[in-house]
Design a protein around this ligand. Structure first.
Ligand code: DAH
Length: 339
């Protein structure tokens, strides 16, 4: 029995030494110390041992048991330690590496400029409305006092869907659509995309944006128009901004004007931004032509109104001191990311 025990201990310790996984170790534990294990089997054989030898043999068996359990425990904790440090090595994080930055998008300069213009007019009690980009020739031209043979139609040559439907050349048709609803007073701005058969260059694009404005109420005069646009320009370009109303012609307003603002870069002295002029043109405006009002059933004995049209790109280019409109449309993130 002693021989058997010695052999078992040696064999088991050898196995423990070469075991490389916790599973292997627990397999060894079961096969030796388990209910049907080898050592347990030997213990059961104690009943055949002569009573006077039992104590000595019992001691040997118990020693063997604790030697094997001890070796198993040591091996187990050693193995766990090794596995843990291997894992730590594998999962090492170099906290000194530079972080990977996520590319965050942001609003397009056109959008930023539009939101600023909207905010200013909303602050003055205006409503923001939208009209269709594909528009009846009637709303785009005829109702705005631009008959079929009018030269203004040449200037605003556009894309025809058929002979009655066009891609709108201006946001002014929204004026007509709002007037036709018949609710007065009106105080609205209508931003949106417009289209013209223009070649692309630094200041032209076949598709660009305008912001239309219109006010109709009792007793509206040119003074209201001037005051409104002055407040607007000062809010947008700074309190020192001055305005110049140059007489102009638009078929749907009478009188009409184009408005220049003092260059916010040089304050009017003349610089690269304003091409040495000191002034920058930003919009067209005027008192709504009685013919336009009457066609929309607005009672001209009671009501009058003014309108204006702002080029959005113009504002965005000025605001960000960009000198080529094409940059706004090319959508190169290296460019757009700067704003
Ligand atoms: N629609 C005009 C254009 O595209 C701009 C304009 C001028 C709009 C005068 C207006 C206005 O409302 O009163 O050139």
């Amino acid at each position: 029995m002693e021989e058997q025990l010695k052999q078992l201990i040696d064999e088991t310790l050898d196995k423990i030494k070469t075991a490389s996984t916790p599973d292997e170790l627990s397999g060894i534990r079961v096969s030796v110390l388990g209910k049907k294990g080898a050592l347990t089997g030997l213990l059961k054989g104690m009943k055949n041992v002569a009573p006077e030898e039992r104590a000595a043999v019992g001691k040997i068996v118990n020693d063997a048991k604790s030697a094997i359990s001890g070796a198993l425990e040591n091996a187990e904790s050693e193995l766990k330690k090794n596995l843990r440090s291997a894992r730590l090595r594998e999962e090492t994080i170099d906290v000194t590496l530079p972080a990977k930055k996520k590319d965050l998008g942001h609003r397009h300069p056109n959008r930023v400029a539009l939101e600023e213009v909207e905010r200013i007019f909303i602050g003055m009690g205006y409503e923001v409305v939208h009209g269709p980009e594909v528009e009846f020739d009637y709303y785009n031209f005829e109702a705005l006092n631009i008959p079929a043979d009018h030269p203004a139609k040449d200037e605003q040559d556009t894309f025809y869907i058929n002979d009655k439907i066009v891609l709108r050349t201006q946001t002014s048709p929204v004026q007509v659509r709002v007037m036709e609803k018949g609710k007065i007073p009106i105080r609205m701005i209508a931003p949106g995309r417009v289209f013209r058969a223009d070649e692309v260059d630094a200041t032209h694009s076949p598709c660009f944006h305008q912001i239309e404005g219109m006010v109709i109420d009792e007793g509206i005069t040119f003074a209201d128009l001037k005051g409104t646009l002055e407040s607007f320009a000062k809010r947008l370009f700074g309190e020192d901004t001055r305005l110049k109303f140059r007489p102009h012609h638009f078929p749907f307003t009478e009188p009409s004007a184009e408005v220049d603002v003092t260059c916010f870069k040089c304050g009017g002295k003349g610089c690269r931004m304003c091409k040495g002029e000191g002034w920058i043109e930003i919009l067209g405006c005027g008192m709504i032509h009685p013919k336009v009002l009457e066609r929309c059933n607005v009672d001209t004995s009671k009501y009058s109104g003014f309108a204006f049209g702002i080029g959005l790109e113009r504002i965005a280019l000025l605001k960000y001191e960009i000198d080529d409109m094409r940059l706004l449309y090319e959508n190169d993130v290296r460019f757009l990311g700067q704003f």
